[in-house]
Design a protein around this ligand. Structure first.
Ligand code: 8YV
Length: 332
């Protein structure tokens, strides 16, 4: 009997492909070619499952072109690449990969914060370029982390992980803003206090962005918000490109209205705003906050578990739109 077909849109750990191949006929993209939307639709023809990353857009056009698709499993916790309404309307289940990347991503948020505040990257470039000829009292003097005020915008799992590190590891005063306030016990465990967004902007010495991207969070940090921040503050974005207005940030850095920025995500990535590439007190990384080997494997395994769980047993682990299966009209 023929196995049902699935497609894996990007290169992934071979052992994950082997596991999926026990259940499915797998078309994978181990060469990691970046498929256009038309190529993705062509590769998905006649297949019931799509294993994708945040780089692949799943929208009405794709779903209409691929009426046999029943599930799209994202190897990412963020799912702004999914048009959830369209998926639900077409009866296509959407899954993401929450939980497994929380601590690794929070670690990286802190790495970026520390590298930015303590000017790790620019000082390393200076040394490698052979400019280090003598000690100076103010050579790459940065800002302190311990004892400072850590602001967090977006207080989901990863935000809470960053808060715990700041409050309990570095003796920071932690303040946060979120759509909804945490319960008292969670606030106490994180050592964090709720403030409104303007207070957060004005009080933070280091502001970390960890909120999901949506039309509502687009340019949550733009010219007006940057103007409210301390000129000595740093801004860290490990959430999504588009949450920060990168042109406004580049200008603020150029005008000395902010001490520095640590950025793992960018508007229009992998392209990076030239004003950010040219800025000195900026640490730039290529969307790697979740990139430890064990965590990336756990993310891939969870996406695979969702495909196997749903297509073999009828139940996914981390469904975003479970209604889709009850109300959808996709062929079985
Ligand atoms: C992913 C991420 O590595 O999980 C997310 O939302 O941003 C990253 O951890 C990336 O999106 C690839 O899917």
């Amino acid at each position: 009997m023929n196995k049902p077909g699935i497609v894996i849109a990007r290169a992934v750990f071979p052992q994950v492909i082997e596991r999926l191949a026990q259940h499915f006929e797998v078309l994978s993209n181990q060469d990691d070619n970046l498929w256009s939307p038309a190529e993705l639709a062509a590769k998905s023809q006649g297949r019931v499952g799509l294993f994708c990353t945040a780089s692949e857009r799943v929208d009405a056009a794709l779903l209409q072109a691929c009426p046999t698709l029943r599930i799209c499993a994202n190897m990412a916790v963020g799912y702004n690449n999914f048009d959830l309404d369209a998926m639900t309307a077409c009866g296509v289940l959407a899954t993401n990969a929450p939980g497994v990347l929380t601590e690794t991503t929070a670690d990286f948020g802190f790495a970026l914060l520390m590298a930015t505040a303590r000017r790790v990257c620019e000082s390393e470039h200076f040394l490698r370029a052979g400019h280090w000829t003598s000690w100076r009292y103010d050579l790459f003097a940065g800002t302190d982390i311990h004892g400072s005020t850590l602001g967090i915008l977006g207080m989901g799992r990863i935000g809470q992980g960053i808060a715990r590190r700041g409050a309990h590891g570095f003796g920071m005063r932690v303040i946060y803003h979120n759509r909804s306030r945490l319960d008292q016990a969670t606030e106490a465990a994180c050592g964090a206090s709720y403030v409104d967004k303007n207070e957060l902007l004005a009080m933070a010495d280091h502001l970390v962005l960890v909120l999901p991207y949506s039309a509502q969070s687009h340019h949550s940090i733009g010219t007006a918000e940057l103007a409210r921040m301390k000129p000595t503050a740093t801004l860290i974005n490990i959430a999504r490109g588009g949450i920060v207005d990168d042109a406004a940030l580049a200008l603020a850095l150029q005008q000395g209205r902010l001490a520095g920025a640590g950025l793992d995500v960018f508007e229009g990535e992998p392209a990076v705003h030239p004003g950010l590439l040219g800025a000195s007190r900026v640490v730039l990384t290529p969307h790697i906050a979740s990139a430890s080997v064990p965590t990336r494997l756990a993310m891939a395994d969870l996406a695979a578990d969702n495909l196997i769980g749903f297509l073999v047993r009828g139940e996914a682990l981390t469904a975003l739109n479970p209604r889709a299966v009850a109300t959808g009209s996709a062929p079985g």
